[in-house]
Design a protein around this ligand. Structure first.
Ligand SMILES: [Zn+2]
Length: 393
């Protein structure tokens, strides 16, 4: 297979691309709140056509159409209800405050969502937070340390104070990541060289650990450590650190504005890209094996009349229910986020219920979407007095 000749990598501009995975008709929005089954079935759908860049190790969806995505307040992707995620966020915040001496500083967050993480950073170091998010629907005056601007961050905001710039789970949504990171570089040049911190999902985890439910339409880019580093190097940053976070599921990069002329290749790039290339070669076979295994398992459960639920209506749960034929075997999806209760899974239609619902439904099997939440889920089912077996998706 060859990519169309006009297509180039959004990170390094190479045309050395290898298409390797297609999946048609996935919901455009994984986390949209849908009050009825009918609405859940008739959501807009798009295709995944993943290509691998043999030069920088980037993966991206060549069928992505940014015009199809408009975030509304009916969109819910907050992970802040999970204690395990809270712990991760709290540890990350205190680590950043300590390592970069963030005390009494001005912090800018691009795509701050509800502002939970920025508020935590402000609290820890008595900082002032400036959040940018066009979809912000929180209360403006709820926290005196925080100012949220309902807008995309751009050069017109470059004059404001910023000692530290952060952005979590945003870059992978952006259609022109080079233009975006260049803009951040230009905006940060006017100041005393702030450190920037970006966090994105880690495609090495998706491909190597076969975390296939992470492949969602909303993400244009799937960064590897090399493609993330290359993007910042080529945008004029000096890269301080790239590391896996949250059990390897995320990647973070720390950088600061560097001199114009610098080496623009990550160390050991070719070997690291070749390693990922081997995972890319194996991916379709392993994907089909995994989804096939689940379909057989769910057929068996159904045949033996055992009740199963999926735990988590986050994007992993939504993609599991869309990638694997589950309609007869699974009726309910458990989630601890109260905003999702009574809503339905985009594309697949199952109803989302609170953990309490299981007291009467009494499932025998719980399908756990994210291994990192396994302990939390086990302890909740114990508290509910359930005897269930757990399957890790
Ligand atoms: Zn590339």
């Amino acid at each position: 297979m060859n990519a169309s000749p006009s297509l180039t990598c959004p990170v390094c501009c190479s045309a050395d691309l290898r298409p390797f995975f297609s999946l048609a008709g996935v919901p455009v929005y994984a986390n949209v709140l849908l009050p009825t089954r009918e609405e859940a079935f008739s959501v807009p759908r798009g295709d995944l056509e993943l290509a691998f860049c043999s030069s920088c190790g980037h993966v991206f969806n060549t069928a992505f159409d940014p015009a199809r995505l408009h975030y509304t307040p009916d969109y819910e992707n907050s992970l802040h209800f999970s204690p395990r995620f809270q712990t991760y966020a709290a540890e990350l915040a205190s680590d950043l405050v300590r390592r970069y001496g963030l005390y009494g500083k001005d912090l800018v967050e691009i795509g701050c969502g509800r502002g939970d993480f920025l508020a935590m950073l402000c609290e820890l170091g008595d900082n002032r937070g400036w959040g940018f998010d066009p979809g912000y629907n929180g209360e403006q005056d709820a926290n005196p340390r925080l100012t949220v601007i309902r807008d995309y961050f751009s050069e017109k905001h470059a004059g404001g104070p910023a000692d530290f710039i952060l952005s979590r789970q945003v870059l992978e949504h952006i259609h022109r990541p080079r233009d975006f990171v260049h803009m951040v570089r230009r905006a940060s040049a006017r100041r005393e060289g702030p450190v920037v911190f970006f966090e994105v999902p880690n495609v090495v985890f998706t491909l190597h650990e076969l975390s296939i439910w992470d492949l969602i339409y909303e993400h244009y880019s799937f960064f590897s450590p090399t493609s993330l580093e290359r993007l910042f190097l080529e945008s004029g940053f000096e890269v301080l650190d790239v590391r896996p976070q949250f059990g390897g599921q995320y990647l973070s990069i720390e950088a600061r504005p560097g001199p114009k002329q610098r080496a623009s290749r990550p160390a050991g790039e070719a070997e690291r890209v070749a390693e990922l290339s081997a995972d890319v070669d194996e991916f379709v076979r392993r994907y089909e094996e995994k989804t096939g295994h689940w379909e057989a398992l769910l057929r068996d459960l159904r045949a033996s009349g055992r009740r199963a639920v999926v735990w988590s209506a986050g994007s992993k749960g939504v993609m599991f229910l869309n990638m694997v034929e589950t309609r007869d075997a699974i009726q309910y999806v458990v989630d601890i986020n109260p905003r999702k209760h009574g809503m339905h899974i985009a594309g697949a239609g199952q109803r989302i219920v609170p953990p309490d619902f299981l007291r009467e439904y009494r499932p025998e099997v719980v399908v756990v979407m994210n291994p990192i939440y396994q302990e939390e889920i086990r302890s909740m089912t114990r508290q509910l007095g359930l005897e269930v077996s757990f399957l890790q998706a």
